[in-house]
Design a protein around this ligand. Structure first.
Ligand SMILES: Nc1ncnc2c1ncn2[C@@H]1O[C@H](COP(=O)(O)OP(=O)(O)O)[C@@H](O)[C@H]1O
Ligand SMILES: [Mg+2]
Length: 444
């Protein structure tokens, strides 16, 4: 789309609204904005004061906003006009169409505005359906505050597998779906390159024949600026390298790092939620004032309601069972099935044996977890599993034959995977997740 077409279309909108054509200064401002110039440069070039140029711009965006029924400003002007002209691609995430009417008929122009406002696009095909949801009220409130009130751009939901990350995010969406113009849920369980992900996100948008990844990113950010979108990338840990320290991108997925940085550092009105068992540096924020990034680290649930409908008996003992398995729903589901089968649903009988039983399913799961660790982490885990109580960093360091660099990196990495917990008493102590510890003790 060239500047002449943009000028013609803007001219048409201004005539419809005010009865007057674009004047020379208005054309100069539009051309300058199209060319990416600042108001200051435009003012210098046309020999007018900057305040005059700003005021002309403000007035123009106001008229165009009223005309199109959506917020138009200097930053989204070109893309908005282009999108409206290519009316079949009004909504880049969706295949919805608007039929922009070029005539002056008030009624149709009203319908058009209504149409623009109502264009919503939700792609939640692979998001789970939530039938029961317990607790997590404060987590839902936190997400609402970050995403809806503070416009936090990058949010990470972190924690062990089965702790409830995916469910929490879907619940948030169920509660607040209508507050977004577009929601897209994607899983990286079978990861794909950023290029393919962008193709997928922009599949309804008319792209140049051979767009570069830069073109695609530009189009994506135009959308994120123009509309309030929410993109969810679940199971992100799969783009990281196995058997190395946590949060290192596999070479073919390294571009995601750029995307996450851009999401954080550019100005737009949308949010991306990353769901992961593993934390990477882009999820961590040292200066909250500088970067709109937040992380929510989930721990287990301790509400007996989560065992409802499992067929288990002895309700009084449920909380004890939940605590034994760290409120992790994946472990609890597995142990509930075992209690169903071997203990005739009697939770009290199972607990009376006083063992932290690791089921076959848990063994397979932890085996995968253990093999996913770097050799340095495996050493730390094996050593730490020997200690009944939490131990200090120094004590752990002394009992290992690792260099200081390997030890510190390994200890950090295990925390980034939520397999080690740090306890702050008069000293800082570390301990393994108890169920994982039991697996390591008995099976490794
Ligand atoms: N707040 C909750 N209330 C009830 N059930 C839950 C809750 N959170 C998770 N679950 C259940 O626990 C299981 C694991 O949750 P999921 O969200 O898939 O974990 P994660 O994504 O952390 O691996 C699912 O079967 C889900 O239905
Ligand atoms: Mg999940």
């Amino acid at each position: 789309m060239n500047v002449t077409e943009i000028l013609q279309f803007a001219d048409q909108l201004i005539i419809n609204k005010t009865g007057k054509r674009l004047d020379d200064l208005q054309k100069t401002v539009i051309t300058g904005v199209y060319e990416g110039k600042t108001y200051e440069t435009i003012a210098e070039e046309c020999n007018r004061s900057e305040s005059r140029v700003r005021s002309v711009g403000r007035k123009l965006w106001q008229i165009l906003s009223e005309s199109l029924g959506e917020d138009v400003n200097k930053h989204n002007f070109c893309w908005t006009i282009e999108r409206v002209i290519n009316n079949s691609q009004f909504y880049n995430f969706g295949n919805n169409q608007i039929n922009y009417c070029h005539n002056d008929n008030n009624e149709s122009s009203k319908n058009t505005k209504q149409g623009i406002k109502n264009k919503l696009y939700y792609d939640l095909t692979i998001a789970p359906k939530i039938n029961r949801f317990c607790d997590r009220t404060s987590e839902i409130d936190t997400l609402s505050k970050w995403i809806l009130n503070q416009n936090t751009h990058l949010i990470s939901i972190l924690g062990l597998s089965g702790i409830g990350k995916t469910t929490l995010v879907k619940r948030f969406i169920d509660l607040h779906q209508q507050k977004f113009d577009a929601i897209v849920w994607r899983s990286l369980k079978f990861p794909q390159s950023l290029d393919l992900l962008l193709d997928d996100l922009l599949k309804h948008h008319k792209l140049d024949s051979l767009p570069t990844i830069n073109d695609k990113l530009k189009q994506l950010f135009d959308i994120l600026t123009n509309k309030k979108c929410l993109i969810i990338l679940d199971d992100l840990q799969n783009i990281f390298i196995p058997s190395q320290f946590a949060g290192k991108y596999q070479p073919e997925y390294q571009d995601y790092q750029t995307l996450f940085k851009m999401i954080t550092e550019t100005q737009h009105q949308s949010s991306v939620i990353l769901i992961s068992q593993e934390q990477c540096p882009e999820m961590e924020c040292l200066d909250e004032e500088l970067y709109p990034i937040k992380s929510l680290e989930l721990s287990g649930l301790d509400n007996p309601e989560i065992l409802k409908n499992t067929g288990l008996k002895n309700k009084d003992s449920w909380l004890k069972l939940i605590k034994l398995y760290e409120g992790n729903l994946l472990y609890l589901k597995s142990i509930s099935i075992l209690i169903n089968k071997n203990y005739d649903d009697q939770v009290a009988d199972f607990l009376a044996e006083n063992t932290l039983h690791i089921t076959n399913q848990m063994q397979s799961h932890f085996q995968e977890t253990f093999h996913h660790l770097s050799p340095q982490e495996q050493e730390i885990v094996l050593e730490l599993s020997k200690f009944e109580n939490p131990i200090s960093r120094e004590e752990l360091r002394q009992s290992l034959n690792l260099s200081s660099v390997d030890f510190n990196n390994g200890l950090q990495s295990l925390q980034q995977r939520y397999l080690i917990t740090k306890i702050k008493e008069d000293k800082i102590l570390f301990k393994l997740s108890p169920v994982f510890q039991e697996y390591v003790r008995t099976c490794c």
